[in-house]
Design a protein around this ligand. Structure first.
Ligand code: SAH
Length: 249
């Protein structure tokens, strides 16, 4: 069996029981070093195979080979394994492999994606329609990213940004905010969360016009409200549309 497992944001208490079961049923666990390291204390008795960044396809091939040799293998991603994670590449690699991969059982185990873990820290910004956009242009042309930002802003989606910045892409967040601000007020409540559910967790709520100047990194998820999003009790809230009247408890 190959399990493709989302681990959630990183906290030991934020992984689902089903994901833990899949890891316990596995002989070998394959994944990014940071994620695999998080598992060591819990699953030290398993064979853990860490991978460096940018070796996704190689990692999938190795996982497939190990599974074909009769091992139960877990391929792990942070958050959800299907959201910018390993589920898609693994299925593509299996499809491309010749031979007896058809008999391999593949089970995909969902996890809490960063949009959800970040939103819970910021308040309730995703209570209405939202769009998730990655600012990473490693595999996606920047022109397409710009188009998606502009159209999501025009359609008044709450916008959640993954991969908001990296060493080589310091000004991407600023550029993204500028595109959105062409169509959305600079006072729109926005926020970022760094290391949700992990050591070093931090967050900030601020207007869109100020978000643009924040120095963020790959460990951050950004949420930009829609035209209705407001700040209540210091937290972002996007109204669903219910009529809420004051009452005495
Ligand atoms: N599969 C992952 C996303 C992988 S893309 C998921 O479902 O969450 C990597 C991006 O996810 C990072 O650049 C960041 O934007 C976000 N991310 C991952 N872990 C995070 C965490 N603990 N806190 C905040 N953002 C995180």
């Amino acid at each position: 069996v190959i399990f493709i497992v989302g681990l959630g944001p990183g906290g030991e208490d934020e992984i689902t029981p089903r994901a833990v079961q899949a890891l316990e049923a596995s002989d070998i666990i394959v994944g990014y070093k940071t994620y695999v390291d998080l598992l060591v204390s819990r699953l030290g008795h398993k064979k853990l195979i860490p991978f460096a960044m940018k070796q996704e396809i190689e990692r999938c091939r190795q996982a497939a080979a190990l599974a074909l040799a009769g091992n139960n293998v877990a391929l792990v991603s942070g958050g959800d394994a299907g959201v910018y994670g390993m589920a898609g590449p693994m299925l593509e690699v299996l499809d491309a492999l010749e031979g007896n991969t058809k008999d391999l059982e593949v089970e995909i185990v969902p996890g809490v994606t960063s949009a959800c873990s970040a939103a819970a820290i910021l308040g309730a910004p995703l209570t209405h329609d939202f769009a998730v956009i990655s600012l990473s242009d490693l595999l996606t042309p920047w022109t397409l990213i710009e188009k998606r930002l502009a159209l999501a802003a025009e359609a008044d989606f709450v916008i959640c940004l993954y991969n908001p910045a990296s060493r080589n892409r310091r000004d991407y967040l600023r550029r993204a905010c500028e595109i959105i601000m062409n169509l959305r007020d600079g006072n729109t409540p926005s926020g970022w969360v760094r290391n949700a559910g992990r050591k070093g967790q931090a967050h900030k709520i601020l207007p869109l016009s100020e978000l643009k100047n924040e120095e963020l990194d790959m460990l951050c998820t950004v949420v930009i409200g829609n035209s209705e999003t407001k700040i209540l009790r210091g937290r972002m809230v996007t109204p669903r549309g219910y009529k809420v009247e004051g009452s005495t408890p």
